[in-house]
Design a protein around this ligand. Sequence first.
Ligand code: TYD
Ligand code: MG
Length: 471
Amino acid sequence: MPRTSAYSCSECGTQSAKWHGQCPGCEAWNTLVEEAIAPGGSKRRARAGRAGSGPGLRAVGSGPRERPRPLKEVGAAPVRRMSSGIGELDRVLGGGLVPGSLVLLGGSPGIGKSTLTNMALGHMQHAGLRTLYVSGEESAEQVRLRAERLAPGALQVPILAETDLDTVLETLAAEAPHACVIDSVQTLHAGELSGGPGSVGQVREVAGRIMELAKTQGIAVILVGHVTKEGALAGPRVLEHLVDCVLQFEGERERPYRELRSLKNRFGSTHEAGLFEMRQGGLVEVLDASARFVAEATRAPGSVVLAAMEGSRPLLVEVQALVAPSELEQPRRVVSGFDRNRLALVLAILGRHGRLGTGGADVFVNVVGGVRVDEPGCDLAVALAVASASRGVPLTGTPRGCFGELGLTGELRWVGHPERRLAEAAKHGLSDVIAPVDSGADAREVATLREALEAALPAGARAGRQARAAA
Ligand code: TYD
Ligand code: MG
């Protein structure tokens, strides 16, 4: 089928047969993106985009027109799922891979994307499903070397080392696997577009055409994508709209823990996270993360245990802080695993409502284990860790558990699932957990940051006392 290409502006949609540096419509620079045009002139991407809203949708323009009908008359077929054989991955996906769906798996180089997908296909192949691993990045030999380190099923996975999109599509159509991995979407190349592999136009075209095939044949596809230095999925911001599910694989390369998060999921919750450890034999699910993090908690000044929620699951993690006099005009604020702006806010609240100013000091905050906490409940943990570090004394009853959100007026606000957080803390031997009012009878409930500091700092180290003594 002959195809041609044209350009359209990603800002205003103006179309042009030729590429221009500046859009003829809105005059923005570098916004024209190459697109393939199917015979007849219709832009295939527009059609594919709509067809992507879920399996079971008809392509626009095919067959007789359907009348709108009340939702209750729409038969809702239960979503079928295939287990990937990796419990944590299945959970983050919402219960397994959905046939005909597209999953985008992003992460920085070396984090373990190829390992995870190779393991998943290995398990599925072993369970009797047909799989296909398309590698545009590494040679078949390189992929084999990795697979040798993994469970035996990984070596049974059929591989196609190819970067030409048409060849990949032909193979996919002929082999009709249940599940397929494209590693990576940025290495495939559609011949009719002039842009190089990985360019926005290419990535969009590659994903769009793979999606068309995946939907019609019911193939579950995992597209592996690289992440830029800024942390966005390179090029394919556009892809996030197209695919059904966006997963992000995170962690520090030097540390063994890896976290899998879902940023978008048409078939499940976006709050789930899975925890893995990179070992010699591949990725191992970490099922007792709370126990490990509590056992490893230092109990030193600046350490506190946060009872966090990772989606529907409670997780105890250690939050550490270091506060040191600064020699810089603008003292440093360094965070790992926590939002930097949120730290600024917590420090301001500590200064104003806890009488614990950190203006002249460098402040470092780290969530131990390479875990990232992304929920309001961690404010109090950061505040207590900084308070303890700043005073140079361990918190009372350490390892001390806590959770709660800080309001701008210094109040401690209720956060979701207090009962699950408290149960997890109790299970791992933490009692007297400092928590907002209405959290539960077995918590040490406090209404304000000031009360929390009074409960957690030893008597001699409280800001209020010192201030009073000085007065
Ligand atoms: P890889 O899956 O190739 O990362 P990505 O596809 O995201 O770039 O994994 C890379 C790292 O994982 C590499 O540094 C080696 C390490 N690794 C192990 O420690 N154990 C193993 O069993 C495997 C397969 C890899
Ligand atoms: Mg890889």
